[in-house]
Write a protein that binds this ligand. Structure first.
Ligand code: ATP
Ligand code: MG
Length: 275
């Protein structure tokens, strides 16, 4: 039986999760991105290291509340994507958190950049063994099933399968199990399940859990999830995050809020020599 007591994400998300593999799965609009942003806030509050690989260009919103997260690339970038290399030296040296906004690149260019990026990170982690969690929004763009992205998939799979003892942790987001390649997916320790309805996915879920929880999963409301770990599965409430929301669903008769972000923290600006 699922424990239906309303636990909150804060109760579950302890520092060990930084170097674990967690996968967020569920139908569109039920709160994967929202939870990912809530988790980023937990990292900011606790001063744990993270990076977001953001092909959608929606995670800059962490800066509506936290001025210490650097945005690289995209419309709100503090640093241009072309200057990633030089910025990364300072960022890794100081242990800053950052969003890698790839929204202005097409898929092949983003895949190429992410391949080189994780190649670099793999060597860096091997050398330093420092912990950091890498959150990959819509991860099927990089580790999806099927061909066309073999290089990037192999590189990220290498970081996932061989990286744990060097400090790698991952948070993967996707709508369906079947959209993610089996190698990285199979390394998942924590499955965070939002509402899903497709029989295929529910059958796969049944395989993973060893028991049929389809009825509960079909009924999960927005902002509710079931977390499956080695200890079993428990129902959680995501709760509200502090920051504003760029992935909000537009509603008829409701004006989408205009999002203003904070200027980057001055000390970090100075360290990055950003004037
Ligand atoms: N915990 C929550 N509290 C309040 N609102 C929420 C919560 N979770 C989701 N929402 C609302 O639902 C909207 C959609 O959620 P979100 O963008 O996280 O969906 P998603 O699962 O990432 O969907 P997609 O697969 O399309 O990216 C959010 O913008 C927010 O308005
Ligand atoms: Mg989303």
């Amino acid at each position: 039986m699922i424990n239906m007591i309303n636990k909150t994400i804060e109760e579950w998300y302890t520092s060990e999760k930084v170097t674990e593999i967690s996968t967020l799965i569920g139908n569109t609009g039920y709160g994967k991105t929202y939870l990912a942003q809530k988790i980023q806030e937990i990292y900011c509050v606790n001063k744990w290291p993270f990076a977001v690989i953001d092909k959608m260009g929606i995670h800059y919103t962490i800066r509506t509340e936290f001025d210490e997260v650097i945005i690289i690339g995209g419309e709100y970038g503090d640093v241009e994507i072309e200057d990633l290399d030089s910025a990364l030296h300072v960022i890794l040296d100081k242990g800053y958190n950052y969003i890698l906004d790839l929204s202005e690149l097409d898929d092949p260019d983003a895949q190429e950049l992410v391949t080189e990026y994780f190649n670099y990170m793999f060597e860096w982690h091997k050398m330093t063994r420092k912990p950091r969690n890498y959150m990959i929004e819509e991860c099927d763009v990089f580790i999806g099933q099927g061909g066309g992205m073999l290089k990037v998939k192999n590189m990220i799979s290498k970081c996932i399968t061989k990286g744990r003892m060097n400090g790698f942790g991952f948070t993967l987001l996707s709508q369906r199990f079947r959209m993610i390649d089996k190698t990285p997916l199979g390394q998942t320790r924590n499955y965070i399940i939002f509402n899903m309805k497709l029989t295929n996915d529910l059958a796969l879920l049944k395989n993973l859990v060893g028991e049929d929880i389809s009825a509960q999963v079909r009924r999960l409301k927005e902002g509710r999830c079931i977390i499956m770990t080695d200890e079993g599965h428990t129902s959680y409430r995501v709760g509200t995050k502090l920051g504003k929301d760029a992935a909000e669903t537009p509603q008829v008769g409701k004006i989408l809020q205009d999002i203003k972000i904070k200027p980057l923290n001055q000390k970090i600006k100075d360290a990055l020599e950003l004037g």
